[in-house]
Design a protein around this ligand. Structure first.
Ligand code: SAH
Length: 402
């Protein structure tokens, strides 16, 4: 376990911020960029706790040092008197659980990184298993401590780590996976969401296995699905498909490039006692399949578009907007008059305003009247700190297309 790093033990390394660059820290934004650092004292190793000081020597709080990331320090807290130790993580986890009503839902997100004051740390609960991501040097350093604190706080059979993807690449740390506590997760875990059940492969599925961030949106969209013929673009394991079918959808066409995801979608349909004949799975690129449907004159009552992140960085923003415009244009064209478009973007860089403009651009090109019925966002177990608006990423529009 890493040593307790109480600031009063003056051994703590320190990072000093350039004069004039303290503003965001004063507003409790948890990131310190490399360009804002004037000095590093005490040779901190990756993930080590550092005191973060202003040019005038004022201590803002403690953070985790990341020498290979542009985000050089991520703040654990803003209390110059407090250390970073197991008690700190126990306190933070207690706060995260209270925020979620103090109960343990069957499944969902328990810790949402910066949104819960724990940068780089994601904990998802899948029935009796927890799946964690430790995506920064600081999170990696404390992961055994965190697993121990989780095990004593949240009843579970096992805690499994899956840290990988672009997050760890950018941070300059190794991807890693394995069991941190208890028994390894089974090949498939069945979870419940409302009156639906889903099988999840937490070892190989996307992220930690399931898109909990869309939970409320699946329910909202399903509210319009009764009797509808639904096109479910970027279906993954059929979250929207199963929810819509249970709400009375007549037919669903799932499109995804992943054969494994579609296989799981089929199993999920059967698992929910739904008619497999009502579902068509198409393994392919949504852009191409939608063009083909347009050429064939196929029409739907509902089109759901939940693509992966198109904009990974600012330089990809224009291309991303073009991508969103193209699929939405195709989606709108495939709708019967009075149909419903449920369209999403999980690119944090595409803000609500840009997303709405992009869908408006598509509606204009399609020559259709499109009205917003509901604005959608990430589920409440993915909270966003107002000090860290970057935590907002998922947005959706539920529209009636005339
Ligand atoms: N709506 C899903 C989550 C979608 S995640 C749910 O509620 O669970 C995005 C999905 O898009 C992934 O399954 C990925 O395999 C798929 N995908 C990515 N690019 C694609 C493309 N060009 N065409 C079709 N599917 C794609």
């Amino acid at each position: 376990m890493p040593p307790t790093t109480h600031p009063h033990e003056r051994r703590l390394p320190a990072v000093t911020i350039k004069g004039g660059r303290e503003k965001s820290l004063a507003r409790r934004h948890p990131w310190v960029f490399s360009g804002a650092v004037s000095r590093v004292d005490g040779k901190p190793a990756p993930g080590d706790t550092v005191a973060v000081c202003g040019a005038d020597g004022v201590v803002y709080g403690m953070g985790a040092f990341s020498p290979r990331s542009k985000i050089r320090v991520r703040m654990w807290h803003f209390d110059p008197e407090q250390g970073v130790d197991a008690a700190f993580f126990r306190h933070r986890l207690g706060g995260a659980l209270r925020l979620r009503g103090g109960t343990f839902p069957d499944s969902g997100r328990i810790v949402n990184a910066e949104g819960d004051g724990l940068p780089g740390i994601v904990v998802d609960r899948y029935a009796s298993h927890l799946v964690c991501q430790f995506l920064t040097a600081g999170a990696q350093l404390w992961k055994e401590t965190l697993a121990a604190v989780l095990a004593e706080t949240v009843p579970c059979q096992g805690i499994y780590e899956r840290s990988g993807g672009e997050g760890v690449d950018r941070e300059g740390i190794e991807a890693c996976a394995g069991t941190l506590y208890g028994v390894p997760p089974p090949e498939r875990i069945e979870i419940r969401e409302g009156d639906c059940r889903f099988l999840v492969d937490v070892r190989h599925g996307h992220k930690t296995g399931f898109y909990f961030d869309q939970r409320e949106n699946r329910r909202r969209v399903a509210g319009y699905a009764n009797g509808a013929e639904v096109l479910n673009g970027f279906s993954y394991t059929g979250g929207f498909a199963v929810t819509a079918l249970r709400a009375g959808a007549r037919r669903v066409v799932n499109i995804d490039t992943s054969a494994d995801a579609l296989q799981m979608a089929s199993e999920n349909v059967v698992r929910n006692g739904l008619d497999p004949a009502a579902v068509e799975n198409i393994e392919g690129d949504v852009f191409q399949v939608l063009r083909r449907f347009r050429d064939e004159g196929r029409l739907f009552d509902m089109v759901i578009l939940d693509p992966p992140k198109f904009a990974g960085s600012r330089k990809h923003l224009q291309k991303a907007a073009r991508g969103y415009k193209d699929i939405n244009l195709l989606g709108i064209k495939l709708l019967r008059a009075g149909g419903v478009l449920a369209t999403f973007s999980c690119s944090g860089l595409v803000d609500r305003e840009l997303f709405q403009k992009t869908v408006a651009w598509a509606a204009g090109d399609a020559g259709r009247e499109v009205r917003i019925l509901e604005w959608l966002s990430q589920a409440p177990d993915h909270p966003v700190s107002l000090a860290f608006p970057e935590g907002t990423y998922l947005k959706g529009l539920l529209c009636r297309v005339g």
